[in-house]
Design a protein around this ligand. Structure first.
Ligand SMILES: [Zn+2]
Length: 457
């Protein structure tokens, strides 16, 4: 289905999906084009406009969220308490109506963007006046489904009793992040929008934020994610929540004074900021350490999403580009490539080349932090499974969290290679038994020699 679509549509789609969502692109994902997807499918509306100007103390009760479940989206009843109609246990506020336009100019075949951004509207805080079933395409309906997903992930994290305190987050739903590219040679203007994605930013206007981008008309026309809006995919929201946890862990340790993303005072706009940000390792660390950290962040986010969704098959079944490839229960990527971190995958990741990504989302490209992160997540989950066969889903998730804590307690700055971070797992698990050693040498075959000692194999 994907391969039949025109190529100009495919490129933004695939990149958006593999660059799953950092607003601040990392390493080789730092290409502006990734986040432009053309025309918006813009049919959202405010279902309860009167509510927006009312005094509301609390909106509490069972809300109807739309949730992807076993291959289709269904309404699901979710208890939420909106304080003042605005904030919840985990969320400070929900913004809607955000609109900005960035203008770029093509001159002498060169595209110059120059951070020329005009904020058309900063949007407003969305108010919810009652627990009821909001339409799937209303701002309120999108907000409720998003909140349901974030609450599920946050409650799962709470249930792990990690002793970690996470900040409440802001949510921006359906922002219009528009780019107008003026071609001076023929005076044409091309408009593009960021769509078909979700994002997490560690800090936007002083708060961590989840951003829920709208759908694109191209995506609908191409039949991608049929009858699914990404915010209805709780695995996706849990993945973003995984970044929130990872960021906290990376910040709270020796790398603590290093900003994840720009410093708060510098940061006015998460949508246009394209600087290469350091996601948790020391600023002076090598580009490779930054890439390794990016892959760990993505890998941990996939691990957390997997456990948050019960650690079993099915949470991303039937979803283009995610099924199999990002499912930790699947031993192969969608095209059949085994999820083995072998020397070829390692070489591709460390080559630092800016090779273009494959032209479809079925073929893994290990140069990217998401796909390489998937290899790390898959291997870590299989070793946890092998060495703790009796452990509950929560206990496994806890091991994953402790592993990332170890990674950041130890000297991250030196970690210019993923095997250092992987070996920290054995500080949590202790020495492996033979059967687990066999799993280790299979899933991380590129690092067999480096890991054996640490794992007691
Ligand atoms: Zn991600």
């Amino acid at each position: 289905m994907l391969k039949k679509s025109p190529k100009f549509l495919l490129i933004p789609f695939i990149l958006v999906l593999t660059n799953c969502s950092y607003v601040f692109p990392v390493g080789d994902n730092n290409i502006d084009k990734e986040r432009e997807t053309g025309k918006l499918a813009d049919n959202f509306f405010l279902e309860d406009p009167d509510c927006q100007n009312q005094e509301t103390e609390r909106s509490v009760g069972d809300f109807s969220a739309f949730v992807w479940n076993s291959g289709k989206v269904e309404p699901e009843s979710v208890a939420i308490d909106f304080e003042g109609g605005l904030s919840t246990k985990y969320i400070t506020s929900i913004n809607y109506g955000f609109h900005q336009i960035e203008t770029c100019v093509i001159k002498d075949n060169e595209k110059i963007c120059d951070e020329n951004v005009v904020l058309q509207s900063a949007g407003k805080d969305l108010k919810i006046c009652g627990a009821k079933s909001y339409s799937r395409n209303s701002y309120e309906g999108v907000a409720v489904s998003t909140v349901a997903g974030i609450h599920k992930a946050a409650s799962f994290f709470d249930s792990l009793n990690s002793g970690m305190y996470l900040r409440k987050t802001k949510v921006i739903v359906l922002p219009r992040v528009e780019k107008q590219t003026v071609d001076k040679s023929n005076n044409s203007v091309e408009k593009t929008f960021t769509a078909d994605n979700m994002a997490y930013s560690p800090s936007y206007m002083g708060n961590p934020v989840f951003i829920i981008f709208p759908r694109s008309q191209q995506g609908i026309d191409a039949g991608i994610w049929k009858d699914l809006n990404l915010w209805e995919l709780q695995w996706g929201l849990a993945h973003e929540f995984g970044h929130h946890i990872y960021t906290k862990i990376a910040k709270g340790t020796s790398a603590g004074d290093v900003p994840l993303g720009p410093r708060i005072e510098e940061e006015t706009n998460p949508f246009t900021d394209n600087h290469d940000h350091d996601h948790g390792f020391h600023l002076e660390s090598s580009p490779m350490a930054t890439r390794v950290n990016g892959a760990l962040n993505e890998g941990f986010a996939d691990l957390f999403a997997y456990y948050s969704e019960g650690g079993k098959d099915g949470s991303i079944d039937g979803i283009d580009c995610f099924q199999d490839s990002r499912d930790l229960n699947s031993f192969n990527f969608a095209d059949g490539t085994p999820k083995i971190l072998d020397s070829a995958a390692h070489a591709q990741f460390t080559s630092l080349s800016k090779k273009s990504t494959p032209s479809d989302c079925e073929t893994p490209n290990f140069a990217g932090i998401h796909t390489f992160g998937t290899l790390i997540a898959f291997g870590i989950s299989k070793i946890i499974d092998a060495s703790r066969p009796e452990a509950s889903n929560q206990e496994r998730a806890k091991i994953a969290v402790k592993w990332i804590q170890k990674v950041h307690e130890n000297d991250n700055n030196a970690k210019a290679d993923a095997h250092y971070a992987i070996s920290d797992l054995f500080e949590v698990l202790g020495p492996l038994e033979e059967s687990s050693c066999n799993v280790l040498s299979e899933v991380f075959s590129a690092y067999e020699l480096q890991l054996e000692d640490a794992a007691g194999c």
